[in-house]
Write a protein that binds this ligand. Structure first.
Ligand code: SF4
Length: 376
């Protein structure tokens, strides 16, 4: 394979190449934590690639120089499982190597915040990186927060917060809420502690699980979106920190759909064509509302289930070509007389190379159904 002089299998090399092309600086999947909810443990086998080690700094230099045009984020991953960026023994050297190559100012760097030191905080400030610290509810549900006052005072996480504040680094906190923490009130205590600490931005992650997730883990991650939205809204009213839920509220979602459909309307070549809209299940009714409001004609909607991931996954970003094929076949089985002339899919399901998470290109659908595909 061109360019691969490293000990990387073809599929793994391709996956890292594509992550760097997408601006995602990812360094391997070793982690110093063992979060019970870690999605990487329960991904469908074979969808994302697994390296089972860290990339060497030479490999990272290779991918960065050859494929990284612009940095979107550091320490996350698309097509590969990722670990803890700062657990890489040369994490700081990697950042120092990247900074002269590509602009890091304002770039998000994901970390579990367990091992940050003065050196890290200084480098964040120097390069303008914006750390996003993921606070694992697995850590905090076992603690008696009330007895310890501010839980973070004596934790490694608290130490990281102090350092970021000392060096005036902009940062945000991501929380994966667990059912136990939510129902016992510990999540509220954690939010209180963070607010008292002076944290300005808290993002409530939507807990997710796949059909491969063990039942007990899935149950711990089963909190209704409406309950979390309500929780976030109540805390927002206290007005001390910007607390947001990862899933957009209905009004915001409708606005986004309006915008996407209006952009589509500008494409004159599809105006009179029979349009098949494919969308994630939770979006179907909202999309229907937007299409009728905008007086779109000649269309049908087919919802698409995340069959490959399963579980509570229902976002467009985790829909694969395989899911679209299942949905399109269902549509054809029930609509024999109505043949679409164009299929419209959410852009979110595809990366910069127009490929899904399993690196299958969107054009697979055009070839299979001989129908043009538009991503919106
Ligand atoms: S810190 Fe992230 S990568 Fe590590 S175990 Fe937890 S969720 Fe997984």
């Amino acid at each position: 394979m061109p360019g691969n002089n490293f000990d990387l299998e073809k599929g793994v090399y391709q996956a890292y190449k594509k992550d760097f092309q997408n601006g995602v600086v990812t360094v391997g999947n070793i982690c110093n934590a063992n979060c019970f909810f870690c999605s990487q443990k329960w991904n469908p086998p074979g969808v994302v690639q697994d390296l089972k080690r860290f990339l060497t700094i030479e490999e990272i230099g290779h991918f960065s120089r050859r494929y990284l045009k612009k940095v979107a984020c550091v320490g996350s991953a698309l097509h590969v499982n990722s670990g803890e960026f700062f657990f890489h023994p040369q994490a700081l050297e990697i950042l120092s190597m990247l900074a002269p190559l590509r602009n890091l100012n304002g770039v998000l760097v994901f970390t579990n915040g367990k091992i940050l030191t003065e050196k890290h905080a200084r480098l964040f400030k120097k390069f303008g990186l914006t750390p996003s610290l993921s606070l694992s509810s697995a850590d905090y549900i076992s603690q008696n927060i009330a007895a310890r006052g501010n839980y973070f005072n004596r934790s490694a996480f608290g130490n990281s917060l102090s350092l970021l504040q000392k060096y005036k680094v902009d940062y945000s906190i991501w929380i994966v809420p667990s059912k136990t923490a939510f129902e016992s009130g510990k999540l509220q205590k954690i939010i209180n502690s963070l607010i008292n600490w002076g944290v300005k931005t808290i993002i409530m992650h939507r807990p997710g699980y796949t059909r491969f997730t063990p039942k007990m883990v899935a149950e711990e991650l089963s909190i209704a979106d409406a309950s979390l939205l309500d929780f976030v809204a109540k805390n927002q009213k206290r007005g001390k920190a910007d607390i947001v839920f990862e899933v957009p509220e209905i009004q915001e979602l409708l606005l986004q759909l309006h915008f996407a459909v209006r952009q589509l309307l500008k494409m004159k070549r599809i105006a009179n064509k029979k349009k098949l809209f494919l969308c994630p299940v939770p979006i179907e009714k909202k999309l229907s509302l937007v299409l009728s409001t905008l007086k779109i004609e000649n269309y049908k909607i087919q919802s698409v289930k995340a069959e490959v991931f399963g579980g509570n996954v229902d976002c467009a970003g985790l829909l694969l070509i395989k899911d679209y094929i299942t949905a399109i076949d269902q549509f054809f089985n029930s609509h024999h007389a109505w043949v679409p002339e164009v299929m419209i899919l959410p852009q979110r399901s595809f990366d910069i190379n127009l490929e899904d998470l399993s690196m299958t290109p969107a054009r697979t659908l055009e070839e299979k159904y001989t129908t043009p595909v538009i991503l919106a």
